[in-house]
Design a protein around this ligand. Structure first.
Ligand code: ZN
Length: 284
């Protein structure tokens, strides 16, 4: 079926009190991996691409978008397509033109007023062409080599500010900082569920959890109960894809083809996606 609206999938999840996985993709095999997992679980999924991969130059937005549209067309479950961590208005415009159904503008390291200003500008432009917008308030940092470094670049979302931010910007979904980090944890995260519940009461849009890789399943379940609907997973899946390739490399291929490696990467990645989809849908 054609790609579906991210907002529709997430509003359904909000009404039903369950979570939807948003899985980062890089190439044909990871796109196929998400769709295969969603079909096996018979549940919707969001395919998303981190804007950084396009800056690295390994694939363009247009090429990846063409792959996602073609593969989703064959899928028998709802699939949405989202830009993860867009940083500028120009980058967002290019993504919209390339065919993303929803976009994230991440101005979370800017001041509150600057975050509101840029987010509102993106929302006005995106909504005028039917594209939905995620923004971030507070800041989900990146794990570094020590616990201190990891938490030093994070600041948690204030519930009162969240209500003001959503009202001022008209954003469709809101990424919140409640104790997760991007990357590999040095110590187990401890999510601030009471804060999350306050935010969920203060705003009327689905909430997004970034940095979910390696967050203990019990805490993920608590976060979903507390109001999280979109759960982003990247790092943990990347590791699985590479592990699949490592396993394939152990085989003594008589006539090696590149897809002998990437097919195995896809299988490992897809199995991990399927486990996440099922975990997030527990309350469904
Ligand atoms: Zn993120």
């Amino acid at each position: 079926m054609p790609l579906v609206s991210t907002k529709k999938i997430l509003e359904d999840a909000r009404q039903g009190g369950y979570g939807i996985g948003a899985f980062n993709v890089y190439n044909l095999e990871t796109v196929q991996g998400v769709i295969k997992a969603a079909e096996k679980a018979n549940l919707p999924a969001i395919i998303q691409a981190w804007a950084g991969i396009f800056r690295f130059g390994s694939v363009t937005m247009e090429t990846l978008s063409a792959i996602v549209h073609a593969e989703a067309q064959k899928a028998n479950v709802p699939i949405a397509f989202h830009l993860d961590h867009g940083e500028s208005f120009a980058e967002i415009m290019r993504a919209i033109r390339a065919g993303f159904g929803s976009v994230m503008i991440d101005a979370s390291t800017k001041s509150l007023e600057e975050n509101i200003k840029l987010t509102r500008k993106v929302v006005e432009a995106a909504h005028s062409v039917g594209v939905e917008v995620e923004a971030e308030l507070g800041h989900v940092g990146i794990c570094k080599n020590s616990k201190e470094e990891g938490t030093a670049n994070t600041w948690l979302t204030d519930p009162g500010e969240a209500a003001y931010f959503v009202e001022e910007t008209g954003v469709d979904f809101l990424a919140v900082a409640i104790g997760t980090l991007h990357g590999f944890y040095q110590a187990e995260p401890k999510l601030d569920i009471p804060r999350l519940k306050q935010i969920a009461q203060a705003v009327n849009v689905p909430l997004v959890l970034h940095g979910s890789s390696y967050t203990p399943p019990e805490q993920i379940k608590e976060a979903i109960k507390g109001g999280i609907n979109k759960i982003n997973v990247a790092t943990e899946l990347n590791v699985e894809f590479v592990q699949g390739i490592k396993e394939a490399l152990k085989e003594d291929w008589e006539t090696p083809y590149p897809n002998n490696l990437t097919d195995m990467g896809r299988e490992y990645y897809s199995k991990a996606v399927e486990d996440k989809i099922k975990l997030f849908a527990l309350n469904r």
